[in-house]
Ligand binder design. Structure first.
Ligand code: FE2
Length: 330
């Protein structure tokens, strides 16, 4: 049986928490409570939660800070947040939106309106969850034709999210790249496996065939507006800053930023994995090749700003690689 939705209510006043629980429980929601941001994070680390109802003014860690923390944590960012505030000021709302909150309710709230919003937001979060799941299922389907790449696609998504944040991109951009960079090689489903699994370097003809995984990827993803990001990444993740990449030889900022970011993440992870045609490198080895180059890779292949962010984040890349080396990311 499907478990009931679990809602975490965060407020520094017991009275308010009692009120929320009394309102939500009769409607089949399971409730958890926390008196401040720090307590809430401890609860979130312990149990899966479907929605957070958040007071703004709290000691220890206020609602805006907590919301920011939730939205910047890859394990938690999918959880919708509703902010409740007695101060119905524009400034508070703006701050909440900046922190990534999905909805706002002002105190004293209308009970019927609140239940309606909770129901709506949970429903749309479920659709979104199913959408994310399907993106990953599609990416995995393509990977099945490739050599065993373990968690490569998931790691590339996670590194790309880190990079987007370091490059001061919006939460929306960060979320999209984290989720859709996993689709970068989806076009490999069309590449014969004797090419994908070949030990040793590819012949020029085989290389031409291999290059088509970019255009096949874009074709498979198609034109749905919610997947534009993934489409651009699949098409352009082998373009190079100096114009020597494929399939279109784009140069510099002609290459979409999401593809420039994914490219360096993909290269780092590919270097760390051993494949039939090459040995693996340790962290320092992989970073050395990206930053100094070898017979195939050159630092000029990468956007200098993206490279600078990568250099800053290398310890985090290593951490993520180790954490997600095998099995699940949990
Ligand atoms: Fe690729």
């Amino acid at each position: 049986m499907k478990r009931s939705h679990r809602i975490l209510c965060v407020d520094d006043e017991d009275f308010n928490l009692d009120l929320l629980e009394a309102l939500l429980r009769p409607h089949g929601y399971e409730t958890l409570t926390a008196l401040n941001g720090r307590e809430a994070l401890a609860v979130l680390a312990e149990k899966p939660v479907d929605l957070v109802l958040l007071d703004i003014n709290m000691p220890v860690m206020n609602g805006h800070e907590l919301c920011k923390k939730i939205k910047s944590d890859p394990q938690l960012s999918h959880i919708p947040v509703i902010m409740i505030t007695s101060l119905d000021s524009k400034e508070n709302k703006m701050k909440g939106m900046e922190a990534g909150a999905e909805e706002f309710l002002s105190k004293p709230f209308d009970q019927a309106e609140m239940l309606l919003r909770v129901g709506n937001i949970l429903r749309s979060a479920e659709y979104e969850g199913a959408f994310e799941y399907l993106i990953l299922a599609l990416a995995r389907a393509a990977e099945a034709n490739d050599i065993d790449t373990g968690n490569h696609i998931m790691r590339v998504g996670e590194y790309a999210g880190l990079m987007a944040r370091e490059l001061n991109q919006s939460e929306k951009f960060t979320e999209l790249i984290r989720s859709q960079a996993t689709l970068h090689d989806v076009g490999k489903v069309h590449i014969p496996s004797h090419i994908l699994k070949k030990a040793g370097r590819l012949t020029p003809e085989e290389m031409e065939e291999m290059k088509k995984h970019t255009t096949f990827g874009a074709m498979i993803i198609g034109d749905h507006p919610h997947l534009e990001f993934g489409k651009r990444i699949a098409l352009c993740h082998h373009e190079r800053w100096d114009g020597t990449g494929y399939p279109n030889g784009l140069k510099g900022t002609e290459i979409p930023l999401e593809a420039r970011i994914t490219s360096i993440c993909d290269c780092y992870d590919a270097l760390r994995n051993s494949r039939v045609y090459k040995p693996n490198y340790d962290h320092d080895g992989a970073v050395g090749i990206i930053t100094k180059g070898d017979d195939r890779m050159k630092p000029e292949h990468f956007d200098p700003e993206v490279m600078a962010a990568f250099i800053k984040l290398t310890p985090r890349f290593d951490e993520l690689y180790r954490k997600m080396r095998d099995g699940d990311k949990s």
